[in-house]
Unconditional design. Structure first.
Length: 247
């Protein structure tokens, strides 16, 4: 039986640098799978092709015998995962297609490891205040995912559970500039850890929020993706395929 296509679905961005960085992750995933499964890319917003177009081009939106496992390249599971992508998958299945939806990338201790490495590369000091900058969501489930990541990062850095301040760039409170301003009142250096997948609008907002140091996002154009990120994508795919077989 032919393995389902891994359809990697990212948010999409108008940033050429961000698009290149995400494309690099998709290419690394394809290289890791080494022909064991086809890999395709789609987008839930901003860029094309969107998910319905991808499912149509793969022939998995109708009963053709082809199949796909959709892996969200999203750090937390909010509206895009629970509603947009879930609706796209449900529509394809209703039409007789064979499509499975995998989980979001986070929370995951391997993502925490990438965040910690970025902070170490930025010269994190023991007395720095660390503010974790997440995109934000109106979906409480995504915020819970971000809270788990902040707690995991605090543990990884050897700090108390509340030793990493969580803040958002949109749709949720506290907003990053406010959190940075409050952290600055401590008299210590403020380091912003970008919990963002790739360069783009939100990464620019993180830099502009006023931290003394702001780490790069998890992916950077021209830089090989962290092995941990590739591992997570491949694992999400494998779990989705296993669930499909066992269904």
């Amino acid at each position: 039986m032919t393995a389902p296509t891994l359809l990697a679905v990212s948010h999409g961005t108008s940033s050429a640098e961000g698009a290149d960085a995400v494309a690099g992750l998709v290419e690394a995933v394809a290289a890791r799978l080494d022909g064991r499964a086809a890999v395709a890319a789609g987008f839930v917003d901003v860029q094309q092709p969107d998910v319905p177009a991808c499912l149509g081009s793969l022939g998995v939106d109708r009963p053709t015998g082809a199949s796909a496992a959709l892996v969200p390249l999203l750090l937390s599971a909010g509206y895009h995962v629970h509603v947009d992508l879930a609706d796209d998958v449900a529509a394809a299945r209703d039409a007789g297609g064979d499509v499975t939806l995998a989980g979001a990338l986070g929370p995951d201790e391997r993502l925490v490891e990438v965040l910690a490495r970025r902070l170490e590369e930025a010269g994190l000091r023991p007395d720095d205040v660390v503010v974790l900058a997440a995109a934000g969501s109106s979906d409480r489930r995504a915020l819970v995912d971000c809270e788990a990541t902040a707690a995991g990062l605090a543990t990884r850095l050897g700090r108390p559970r509340d030793g990493v301040v969580l803040a958002y760039l949109s749709a949720a409170e506290p907003r990053l500039p406010d959190a940075v301003a409050e952290a600055r009142s401590s008299g210590h250096r403020v380091v912003v850890a970008s919990y963002l997948l790739a360069p783009g609008y939100f990464a620019d907002l993180a830099v502009a929020a006023g931290g003394d140091v702001t780490t790069p996002p998890m992916l950077v154009a021209g830089e090989a993706p962290a092995p941990e990120l590739v591992d997570v994508v491949v694992e999400r795919y494998a779990v989705a395929v296993e669930a499909r077989v066992g269904a």
